[in-house]
Design a protein around this ligand. Structure first.
Ligand SMILES: NC(=O)c1ccc[n+]([C@@H]2O[C@H](COP(=O)([O-])OP(=O)(O)OC[C@H]3O[C@@H](n4cnc5c(N)ncnc54)[C@H](O)[C@@H]3O)[C@@H](O)[C@H]2O)c1
Length: 301
């Protein structure tokens, strides 16, 4: 008995890395999977049907059910076709997982407009595109146990200095997920985020670098496969109680982030006087913040 018997999943970016590991596990656990991947280079652009095809073939050869799709998630129309593929091939859609991604790193003061636009297009617009069409189907077919799982990143949550485009796109996905968690619950949908950590081509440049993690192809703890267990749980029917959350997964850790909460508030009937507001911020807020500048660095020479 598989943990996802009878379920149908669309997984974007499933031709490589974490998406591929998720697709193969889902199929082993009984799900029918649409393996979507444009086959893009790490910085986006060109198309290669190979990666999606190979993963789908591996799944089918192992006795699972999969079809390949090379739809580009940056296209609204192609994303509609991707969702329709699940309906046409497998009769329904239970799980949408938005994993597709590229990176085009650079400091904010040197970033080209094209670097910004392409990263926002794949991550933020791509997640909107597929979610828009999946949610319309879920709304028309309420009564199921539907799951939206969006991939975000520590880059946004911790503010990676060299990835302003990627950090912004991923935190945009957090806002999109919160909105969907709020709007789609009545149609049987939960919406959550996964912030993964894994050695893939996206993090291959970190191999051997002095980070707190041992990024290496020989370290099973940081493998793409080790990201999958909490992702699988979020896709199962029994996870219907968890909604609007960010879960970190990878390097042996399964972590729950807190959602933003207001930690101190001062209110006043009527309009704030300038000095009065300044004084409140200097006193009430200063004492409420344990770490006034979480991004403190020495000044540049
Ligand atoms: N690896 C990590 O440690 C890490 C950390 C934080 C977040 N992430 C996120 O996890 C996800 C998976 O990352 P990965 O490390 O497996 O990367 P990866 O590069 O191995 O896989 C990403 C896949 O997305 C596909 N893709 C790119 N553009 C596409 C498009 N327009 N349409 C369809 N498919 C497209 C690529 O062809 C590629 O196969 C990404 O969203 C990434 O941002 C990864």
């Amino acid at each position: 008995m598989g943990k996802l018997d009878g379920r149908v999943a669309v997984i974007t970016g499933a031709g490589r890395g974490i998406g591929a590991a998720v697709a193969e596990t889902f199929a082993r656990e009984g799900a029918s999977v649409v393996v979507n991947d444009l086959g893009a280079p790490m910085e986006g652009g060109a198309t290669d049907a190979g990666p999606a095809q190979e993963v789908a073939e591996r799944i089918n050869a192992a006795g699972g059910k999969a079809v390949a799709s090379t739809a580009d998630v940056t296209s609204f129309e192609a994303s509609e076709g991707l969702i329709q593929t699940a309906i046409d091939e497998f009769g329904k859609l239970d799980i949408l997982m938005n994993v597709a991604g590229i990176i085009r790193d650079g400091m904010i003061f040197k970033m080209e407009e094209s670097q910004w636009d392409s990263v926002i297009a794949v991550h933020l617009k791509g997640t909107f595109n597929t979610t828009r069409h999946a949610s319309a189907w879920w709304r028309d077919n309420r009564g199921g146990q539907y799951r939206l799982i969006n991939f975000v990143s520590g880059s946004g949550l911790y503010g990676s200095p060299t990835q302003p485009n990627y950090a912004a796109a991923k935190m945009g996905i957090v806002g999109l997920t919160y909105s969907c968690a709020n709007s789609l619950g009545g149609y049987g949908v939960t919406a959550n985020c996964i912030a993964p950590v894994a050695f893939t081509r996206m993090t291959a440049s970190l191999e051997g670098k002095p980070t707190v993690m041992n990024y290496s192809p020989d370290n099973p703890r940081i493998s793409a496969e080790n990201v999958v267990p909490p992702v699988l749980y979020l896709a199962m029917e029994q996870s219907d109680w968890i909604n609007g959350r960010i879960i970190e997964s990878g390097n042996g850790s399964i972590g729950l982030f807190s959602n933003p909460v207001m930690t101190r508030q001062v209110t006043k009937d009527g309009v704030w006087d300038l000095d009065e507001a300044i004084n409140e911020m200097e006193t009430s807020f200063r004492s409420a913040i344990q770490q006034p500048n979480p991004f403190a660095r020495p000044p540049k020479g």
